[in-house]
Design a protein around this ligand. Structure first.
Ligand code: SF4
Ligand SMILES: [Zn+2]
Ligand SMILES: [Zn+2]
Length: 327
């Protein structure tokens, strides 16, 4: 197999594009795909401050790497979820990445802020871990972005993620979620920061190849709560289709974005957002779901006479990361 650009030995095959590339030309192609997504969807420009949600996994560090290389004003935000060794390693990978590049990294330590990690929040609030975790991420990404004056939050959802979420929403007939599923979520409220997904054109195996070729050191372990997750089952099903029919994921997601979603949007009512009475963040209820969850948890922790949760939430204690490497 030869590189379609220079005819050297190919290192990465992109079957859905009927293409293969040598290392340097793959990296060039990859960055061009991200840039194309950013421009085509008008995600942000060179002057905008972009807050990249970084978990320490390959996709988010790859996204941050590409944006920094392209000259965007991209800072990282890492949430320490308080999930034992996994969270400790994840934070270390983010800090090392930021140090090597002299990039700004903000960190919110959920156990220090709210008394327990996301698993504890879930247990005390009567939710499953991923539900408490997802709610915390959505809330804190927006809150930190707003408080720190960022124009946009970028997450590393890739084509595989988006296709699996879409399939799950179609199976469940979750119309509200289908209307919201997009590479760009515009703000419908002054307190809501735009959210964008610059990797939506890129497959997961391509971010892995990019990480290897660039020597990006990321956390290899998956979160222990992801074992048996339905999203993994959906990804497996799509991988099976993709194996025999390359391009299936792309067709599914892009056809949805171009043909189905506009019809759903036109038929849907806009959601009315207001400010949470307790924290001021956008919500559809009087008090937002995150405040309800953390207040319930703080109450339970107090009644157990465990070390009190630091329920004061003004401002969220995002601290700056280690900054440039002194060496
Ligand atoms: S798998 Fe882990 S990181 Fe992902 S949502 Fe669940 S608890 Fe959070
Ligand atoms: Zn080449
Ligand atoms: Zn609130």
């Amino acid at each position: 197999m030869r590189c379609v650009k220079c005819k050297a030995q190919a290192q990465v095959e992109v079957r859905r594009h009927h293409a293969a590339f040598c290392g340097p030309h793959f990296l060039e192609w990859f960055e061009a795909q991200v840039e194309r997504a950013v421009r085509r969807e008008r995600m942000f420009g060179p002057q905008d401050r972009v807050l990249v949600a970084v978990s320490g996994g390959k996709d988010s560090l790859v996204l941050w790497d590409v944006l920094l290389r392209r000259g965007y004003r991209a800072s990282g935000l890492h949430l320490n979820l308080g999930i034992g060794e996994y969270s400790q390693q994840s934070q270390e990978k983010c800090e090392a990445f930021a140090r090597q590049r002299g990039a700004e990294l903000l960190v919110v330590d959920i156990p220090s802020e709210y008394g327990v990690g996301v698993e504890g929040l879930a247990e005390l609030a009567g939710r499953v871990a991923c539900s408490a975790c997802g709610l915390s991420k959505r809330y804190l990404f927006n809150r930190v972005a707003r408080e720190r004056g960022f124009d946009v939050v970028a997450t590393a959802h890739n084509l595989d993620d988006e296709a699996a979420v879409l399939l799950g929403n179609l199976i469940a007939g979750n119309v509200d979620a289908l209307v919201r599923q997009s590479p760009v979520l515009d703000s419908g409220h002054p307190g809501l920061v735009r959210k964008v997904k610059p990797l939506y054109r890129i497959a997961e195996r391509e971010t892995a190849a990019y990480a290897v070729l660039r020597g990006i050191d990321y956390v290899l372990d998956e979160c222990p709560n992801s074992v048996g997750a339905r999203s993994l089952l959906l990804k497996e099903a799509l991988n099976l289709l993709e194996r025999d029919a390359p391009g299936t994921k792309q067709s599914l997601y892009w056809n949805f974005l171009e043909k189905l979603r506009p019809l759903l949007r036109a038929a849907s009512e806009p959601v009315a957002l207001r400010s949470c009475l307790h924290c001021g963040q956008p919500t559809t209820a009087e008090v937002c779901a995150f405040c309800r969850m953390t207040e319930r948890v703080a109450h339970k922790l107090r009644s157990r006479v465990v070390a009190p949760a630091q329920a004061g939430r003004e401002p969220v204690g995002a601290r700056s990361g280690p900054g440039p490497d002194p060496a």
